[in-house]
Design a protein around this ligand. Structure first.
Ligand SMILES: O=C(O)c1cccc(C(=O)CC[C@H]2O[C@@H](n3cnc4c(=O)[nH]cnc43)[C@H](O)[C@@H]2O)c1
Length: 239
C-alpha cells in the first residue's frame, strides 16, 4: 500500500522522511519529485492550495495502475488556535475547510456553498482520524486552509466566529483534498503547530520543534495507515 504525502517546503518533506532513517529513494514523475520512505511517497509541492492541488494531481495521475495511492496526506507545520492546539502539539483534521473561499458581502463573508456552487469542506475518514489521534497524541479538530496566513487578533476572531471548533490553520490542505477527491482517493491532514494563530510574530515560531514533532508523528502514523488500509478503508470512506 502506498500513501502520497504532500508538504509545502522541502524542510517539511525531509521531516517526514526522517521518520524512516537513511536516504529516501527519489523518483521523478511529470510535475513532481517523490521521496520514498516507508509506505510514504513525499513531495514538497509549494505553498498554498493551488500549488498543492497541482502537485497532488500530478503525483496521483503518475501512480502505476498496479499500485495506486490508497490515501493522500497533507502535512507540515501550521498555526494552532490557542485554546485548542498549543505550539509543539499536533493536529489531525476532522474537517478540511476552505476558510476564505467565497465572497465578501455587506453582511460579511459568505462561503462558496452559500453562493450556490462549489464546496468548502472535505471529511477525512473518521476511523483513520481517530486512530491517528490515538497513536500520535494529535488533537482532532477542523483545520482551516487559508491563502493568507492570519496575522491579527481581528482576523483570528473572525475565523473563530465562523469556525468555533477550529484547531489549526495552514495553506495547503483544501487543495490537496480537492485533487484527491477528484480521483476518488481519501485524504488526511496532519499539522505540527509551529506558531499560534494571531498577531504576526515570526520570531516566536518554533519551526525546529514542530518539524521534530512531525517526524515523530509520521513514525507512529505508518502502522496506523497500513492497518486502516487492510481493515477499514472500504467501508469508512465518507467522501
Ligand atoms: O524557515 C524555515 O526553516 C521553514 C521550515 C519549514 C517550514 C517553513 C514554512 O514557512 C512553511 C510554510 C507553511 O507552513 C504553514 N503554516 C505555518 N504556520 C502557519 C500559519 O500560522 N498560518 C497559515 N499557514 C501556516 C503553511 O501551510 C505554509 O505553507 C519554514
Amino acid at each position: 500500500m502506498r500513501v502520497l504525502v504532500v508538504t509545502a517546503v522541502p524542510a517539511e518533506r525531509d521531516a517526514v522522511t526522517r521518520a524512516f532513517g537513511g536516504e529516501p529513494e527519489v523518483r521523478e514523475v511529470p510535475g513532481a519529485r517523490l521521496h520514498r520512505a516507508g509506505p510514504f511517497d513525499v513531495v514538497a509541492g509549494g505553498a498554498g492550495p493551488a500549488a498543492a492541488a497541482a502537485v497532488t494531481a500530478f503525483a496521483l495521475a503518475a501512480a502505476p495502475a498496479a499500485e495506486p495511492y490508497a490515501l493522500v496526506v497533507s502535512a507540515g507545520i501550521g498555526g494552532g488556535f490557542a485554546s485548542a492546539a498549543p505550539v509543539g502539539s499536533l493536529v489531525v483534521a476532522t474537517r478540511i475547510v476552505a476558510a476564505d473561499l467565497g465572497a465578501e458581502t455587506p453582511d460579511g463573508f459568505v462561503p462558496v456553498t452559500g453562493l450556490g456552487f462549489g464546496r468548502d469542506t472535505f471529511l477525512p475518514p473518521e476511523a483513520l482520524v481517530r486512530d491517528v489521534a490515538a497513536a500520535t497524541g494529535a488533537v482532532p479538530g477542523p483545520v482551516l486552509t487559508v491563502s493568507t496566513a492570519t496575522g491579527s487578533a481581528a482576523r483570528t476572531a473572525e475565523l473563530l466566529a465562523a469556525h468555533p471548533a477550529a484547531a489549526a490553520e495552514a495553506m495547503e490542505g483544501f487543495g490537496v483534498a480537492e485533487a484527491a477527491a477528484g480521483l476518488g482517493v481519501p485524504v488526511l491532514e496532519l499539522r505540527a503547530v509551529s506558531n499560534t494563530v494571531g498577531p504576526r510574530d515570526r520570531a516566536a515560531w518554533r519551526i525546529g520543534e514542530a518539524l521534530a514533532a512531525l517526524t515523530e508523528a509520521f513514525g507512529k502514523t505508518a502502522p496506523v495507515v497500513e492497518s486502516w488500509n487492510r481493515h477499514d478503508r472500504h467501508d469508512r470512506h465518507r467522501d
